[in-house]
Ligand binder design. Structure first.
Ligand SMILES: Nc1ncnc2c1ncn2[C@@H]1O[C@H](COP(=O)(O)OP(=O)(O)OP(=O)(O)O)[C@@H](O)[C@H]1O
Length: 242
């Protein structure tokens, strides 16, 4: 039996009359970190938003933990345990770190096999993100881009997800924070979470990912192991920002 947590099959997506995604299929297995890669505008965010039920016009199917979520609403999908950290972070600038975290709080969850999913508290998150632990009362608007990115991921984790979609976590973030973010992703993987990561740059993706999908103009151009992509500079030059 396949151990897929998320399976997207033959996805087509439109914004108004413009088709953005063409016949895209991908999957993420239990415990995997998978990179969804491609240049600006390739369709990475649109794929994630489609999986989260945030795009009005689409065809194809999306399955999560064996359930068909193709027509589910974003809040229903979140309740099943699929977390999403969007590219624009959506940190509330007037709320403190603790208040932002509180907004993400959801009940504990189990994987389909009955095993408990990691359960997150503020204390545990402050161990994972020590920078946030040093500023629990700081308003979101007074944090750096990297700190806001960490807060956005931490808030997603407060939902105790089984899997998270992380849209460009390294974008506009200082190199030191990028390194911390990579360590965090590896730590989450160790805890049993699956992650679909959107990324245009090989350097960050190769630190954390098991497999990769390459997108161009909304179409899947290549899929394979991250080890293979790392050594194939021709592929990287053709489809990625290098
Ligand atoms: N709300 C929207 N309305 C119309 N077109 C959109 C909308 N959002 C994105 N697009 C278009 O859809 C295409 C895919 O965009 P998308 O944001 O999914 O790409 P991406 O790979 O995530 O790139 P980026 O890194 O720039 O976010 C682009 O051509 C973009 O201009």
């Amino acid at each position: 039996m396949s151990d897929a947590l998320l399976t997207i099959a033959n996805l087509n997506t439109w914004y108004g009359a413009a088709q953005i995604i063409y016949d895209l299929s991908l999957n993420v297995q239990r415990g995997e970190v998978v990179a969804l890669m491609g240049r600006n505008g390739a369709g990475k965010s649109t794929t994630m938003r489609s999986a989260m039920g945030m795009i009005a016009k689409k065809t194809g199917s999306v399955q999560f933990i064996g359930q068909d979520i193709s027509h589910a609403k974003p809040y229903e999908i979140a309740r099943l345990g699929l977390g999403f950290t969007p590219e624009d972070r959506r940190v509330f600038s007037d709320l403190t770190v603790l208040e932002n975290l509180d907004i993400g709080r959801q009940p504990p969850r189990r994987f389909p096999n009955g095993k408990d999913a990691p359960l997150w508290t503020e204390e545990r998150l402050f161990k994972l993100f020590p920078n946030l632990g040093e500023m629990p009362d700081r308003p979101g608007g007074a944090m750096s881009g990297g700190e806001q990115q960490m807060l956005a991921v931490a808030r997603t984790l407060m939902g105790n997800p089984l899997m998270i979609l992380l849209d460009e976590p390294s974008e506009g973030v200082a190199p030191l924070i990028v390194e911390q973010m990579a360590n965090t992703i590896l730590e989450l993987k160790q805890q049993g979470l699956s992650i679909l990561l959107s990324e245009q740059n090989i350097h960050f993706a190769q630190l954390v990912s098991d497999r990769a999908y390459l997108l161009e103009k909304g179409q899947l151009r290549w899929e394979g192991s991250m080890a293979e992509l790392t050594t194939n500079t021709e592929l990287q030059r053709t489809y990625l920002t290098v």
